[in-house]
Design a protein around this ligand. Structure first.
Ligand SMILES: Nc1nc2c(ncn2[C@@H]2O[C@H](COP(=O)(O)OP(=O)(O)OP(=O)(O)O)[C@@H](O)[C@H]2O)c(=O)[nH]1
Ligand SMILES: [Mg+2]
Length: 377
């Protein structure tokens, strides 16, 4: 074995009645996440179960099987595609800790990728906050179990004291991180007020992760945002100025100066985006909430395009973005031979669909005109 990538077993617990196509998509997405993290997928296990097991989520028989396999395959990582209760992760961990195998659920996985990609102070703080909120209960639980064990051998109470200390420590950390985040958020709102005073309209680029949001920002503005075939390549918000040409049919109603807008790129969405993360990233996403227009970038070559559109809309809903008008941008048209433009235009009529390739810089003029029509003319 020449590779030193962590070897991983992926496990997805799904309801027995789940459509095969959807089940495939779920495990495929977990594979992409694992690859983005830098792991190597050794085995994928789909476990059909109508009700998750209280103790181990997966079920004790299956877990024993998986643990044996993990030892045989010398993996370092078990990744579950579900959101587990702290005690469930703890119970699985107990069975593999001697082998040095880590157990992550979907939130852990996403947090690890975020950690890897975070560059700004704000993103790093937001991830630490989400981590405390996610890991916190697990640590209490572990403390509790240790406390009970300790109690059994006559050192009653010491465990509980430890829990209290840990609780206090985490609560203090959480408070301090929140304070720092508030400060950054205030600075941002000062920036926003300044931009408001300039009278510039703002457009927020949103979309499923890997749809091509940063590519589009770069193609339109040469801003140099980080682009990668990875999930969650972008974690901060980037704002760039964009000049919109006057529409030929409207003529020059506004002055040249009045034809600039601000375009912002931000973190991508994913199905089941853990609420802890939405919460922690709320201030980054504020930019989106307060925009004049949402530019929703969609990968038209994605077989799950329609599902992903719905999932992005659901997250926008969670963020309280309901009234802001949408413009749907179907990207990556270079990847698909036959694009059902007419059908898409009909289905998403009120979102004024536009078709582009950020990579080939195709359709960008149409997009600029559509933007101008929506917010300037
Ligand atoms: N073929 C093709 N590839 C594209 C196009 N636009 C983006 N890509 C590729 O898609 C991948 C993701 O692009 P990004 O711009 O990083 O996507 P993003 O939506 O910002 O992704 P996150 O920040 O990770 O959520 C990269 O490999 C891009 O090169 C396009 O129009 N055509
Ligand atoms: Mg990006």
């Amino acid at each position: 074995m020449s590779s030193n990538k962590p070897r991983a077993i992926l496990i997805d617990v799904i309801p027995p009645s789940l459509d095969k196509k959807i089940a495939d998509r779920r495990i495929f997405e977990l594979e992409s996440l694992t690859r983005t993290y830098g792991g190597m997928v050794v085995v994928k296990i789909i476990q059909k179960k109508s009700i998750p097991d209280y103790k181990t989520f997966v079920g004790s028989g299956k877990i024993t099987e998986i643990v044996d396999l993990a030892k045989k395959e010398k993996v370092e990582l078990l990744v579950l595609n579900n959101i587990l209760k702290p005690h469930q992760i703890f119970n699985i961990e107990k069975q593999v800790e001697r082998q040095g195998i880590a157990v992550w659920d979907r939130i852990d996985m996403i947090l690890k990728i975020f950690q890897k990609h975070a560059t700004t102070t704000e993103a790093k703080l937001q991830i630490r906050l989400a981590g405390i909120r996610h890991m916190g209960p697990r640590i209490f639980r572990m403390g509790l179990e240790l406390g009970q064990q300790a109690g059994g051998i006559g050192t009653r109470g010491s465990g509980e004291t430890n829990i209290e200390v840990m609780k206090r420590h985490l609560a203090e950390q959480e408070r301090s991180i929140k304070k720092q985040l508030e400060k950054i958020s205030k600075t941002r709102s000062v920036h926003r007020q300044r931009r408001d005073r300039l009278g510039l309209k703002t457009v927020s680029i949103v979309g499923y992760t890997n749809a091509g949001k940063s590519s589009l920002l770069n193609a339109l503005t040469r801003k140099g945002a980080y682009v990668a075939d990875e999930l969650f390549a972008t974690l901060d918000t980037r704002v760039a100025k964009l000049y919109l040409p006057p529409s030929p049919d409207v003529g020059r109603r506004t002055s040249d100066a009045g034809r600039s807008i601000l375009l912002s790129d931000t973190i991508g969405f994913i199905q089941d985006l853990p609420p802890q993360l939405i919460d922690a990233f709320r201030s980054t996403l504020e930019e989106t909430v307060l925009a004049d227009l949402i530019l929703h970038v969609i990968d038209v070559s994605d077989p799950f395009m329609h599902e992903k559109i719905q999932e992005v809309e659901a997250i926008l809903d969670q963020l309280g973005v309901r009234e802001v008008p949408r413009l749907y941008v179907f990207n990556k048209i270079d990847l698909k031979k036959r694009i059902p433009r007419t059908a898409l235009i009909k289905q998403y009529k009120s979102q004024s669909p536009v078709f582009v390739s950020a990579l080939k810089k195709d359709g960008l003029e149409d997009l600029k005109h559509a933007l101008a029509r929506e917010i300037l003319d």
